[in-house]
Design a protein around this ligand. Structure first.
Ligand SMILES: Cc1cc2nc3c(=O)[nH]c(=O)nc-3n(C[C@H](O)[C@H](O)[C@H](O)COP(=O)(O)OP(=O)(O)OC[C@H]3O[C@@H](n4cnc5c(N)ncnc54)[C@H](O)[C@@H]3O)c2cc1C
Length: 435
């Protein structure tokens, strides 16, 4: 038997890169095969109008512990790359603001909630009762259902439902509350509002996503003897783990579910997983970038738009000028299926521009340029009781990674990173077991 485990990681998104980092750190030989000409997958950087932007505006939170740990492992400093801010849900147009003070949990939540502007006292008490119910059952619901049903059952109505729970559901699960899994939502609350104060912090990228993790991860993998093969689409993984002429001891398939299907369907042992994934449905995310004159900025890095009202579309707008030193650049985020996706780019940007003016209660100059990215299959639709495969497959030498395999979480960067780590550790352990 060779001295070092030789692993092929298929897919160079955050899951595949996390797996590769974990493997080379443990001394394994690694080759990452990535179909695209760049790393990062759904969280990759793109260039337009002289700016480095992302294929979708991303938001991390303090609870992304494994992501933060790996960013450090590869030699980067999360405190420089991500701007840490206390949770601040500010909808100026609707007169709503919930800001958590920098106090230990659960005091931060209690004080933030009772000081929230724009919500009545009755709603605030109902919210406290809801959080206490979730804590009481350890965030484990007896049965899964939709987030809307959960909120109805626990009397969550009014402003806090509209500007706290529903936006959190959309932002975290990228699935509308009437379709989203209540259990996965409860898991997200357990690890954020129900955890340490630092876990509730927002971490806003202060540079493009490639610099936050993928490029430093690739440098780290190469520095530890690993190889990265870009523009290399792997079409099949059997027989005998021969990929591009090389024979591997283990394969980690770190793809989005829709791409994993065809590779898994190719062999009888994994056909059942392929069948499971073939049933998944997906949700889009739109990011509309607007380049305003450089003097235009927002009163805080992230603002809520009241897209839920009649004819409204916007959800969140980020001031990338302040965040990423690209003055005047705003990114509007549009999560999950919705009316926004029926508008063409010009109309969409014009509506979002109008909503931003309304929220700020002042006219703005017209954007000098705009650019809309619609990721049709941004994430799997996070429905109640959605079956999720584990990292382990019936084949000892084949492991799965990718956000969809982190069963506790919706499709997120943290889910992707955790899945990569789990698959890497599984592959390493399976080697030990077979020695
Ligand atoms: C617009 C948008 C906004 C988002 N916002 C957030 C957010 O704010 N916060 C958050 O936490 N998450 C967010 N997400 C989700 C997050 O980006 C994903 O959960 C995460 O990036 C998934 O990583 P992954 O490695 O599992 O999959 P992917 O990123 O899909 O990586 C898979 C890789 O495999 C490659 N590949 C495919 N087929 C092959 C093949 N046959 N051979 C070789 N390579 C192949 C692909 O090119 C890709 O690079 C967002 C996603 C999108 C699209």
């Amino acid at each position: 038997m060779k001295a070092r485990l030789n692993v092929a990681v298929i897919g160079g998104g955050w899951a595949g890169l996390a797996a590769a980092v974990e493997l080379v750190t443990a001394g394994a030989e690694v080759t990452v095969f990535e179909a695209a000409k760049q790393l990062g997958g759904r969280a990759r950087s793109v260039e337009t109008h002289g700016h480095r932007l992302d294929n979708g505006q991303h938001l991390l939170i303090g609870a992304y512990r494994e992501t933060l740990r790996l960013i450090q492992t590869v030699g980067a400093n999360p405190e420089h790359l991500l701007r840490r801010l206390p949770l601040d849900l500010h909808y100026p147009g609707a007169g709503f603001r919930l800001r958590l003070p920098r106090l230990p949990a659960p005091l931060n939540l209690a004080i933030g909630l009772f000081a929230a502007q724009g919500a009545g006292l009755g709603e605030k008490f109902a919210t406290v009762r809801f959080m206490r119910y979730l804590q009481g059952c350890n965030y484990r619901l007896a049965t899964d259902g939709t987030v809307a049903e959960l909120l109805d059952r626990h009397g969550q109505q009014g402003k806090l439902r509209r500007y706290l729970w529903e936006p959190l559901c959309l932002a975290a699960l990228n699935t509308a509350p009437q379709h989203a899994s209540a259990q996965i939502f409860a898991n997200v609350l357990r690890d954020s509002l129900g955890a340490r104060r630092a876990d509730t912090d927002l971490l806003l990228p202060a540079t493009d996503l490639d610099r936050v993790f993928p490029s430093a991860a690739a440098d780290y993998v190469r520095a530890h003897g690993g190889k990265i093969r870009l523009t290399t689409r792997v079409e099949q993984i059997r027989p005998q783990l021969h990929i591009e002429g090389e024979l591997f001891d283990r394969v980690i398939l770190a793809l989005a579910p829709q791409h994993a299907v065809s590779l898994l369907a190719g062999q009888p042992e994994t056909a059942a997983i392929a069948d499971m994934l073939a049933e998944y449905t997906y949700e889009p995310i739109g990011t509309a970038y607007a380049g305003y004159p450089p003097e235009v900025s927002l009163p805080c890095p992230m603002l809520g738009l009241d897209g839920g009202r009649e004819g409204g579309l916007g959800q969140w707008v980020f001031d990338r000028g302040t965040l990423c030193a690209t003055p005047g650049v705003m990114s509007f985020v549009l999560s999950a299926q919705g009316a926004w996706d029926q508008r063409n780019n010009e109309v969409l940007v014009a509506i979002l521009h109008g909503e931003l003016e309304e929220a700020l209660a002042r006219p703005l100059p017209q954007p000098l340029w705009h650019w809309v990215i619609r990721e049709r299959r941004a994430t799997f639709s996070c429905r109640p009781d959605l079956p999720r495969p584990t990292a382990r497959t019936p084949l000892r030498d084949l492991w799965l990674a990718g956000d969809y395999t982190c069963a506790d979480y919706p499709a997120t960067l943290e889910g992707a990173v955790r899945s990569g780590i789990t698959a890497a550790r599984g592959a390493l352990r399976s080697r030990l077991a077979s020695q």
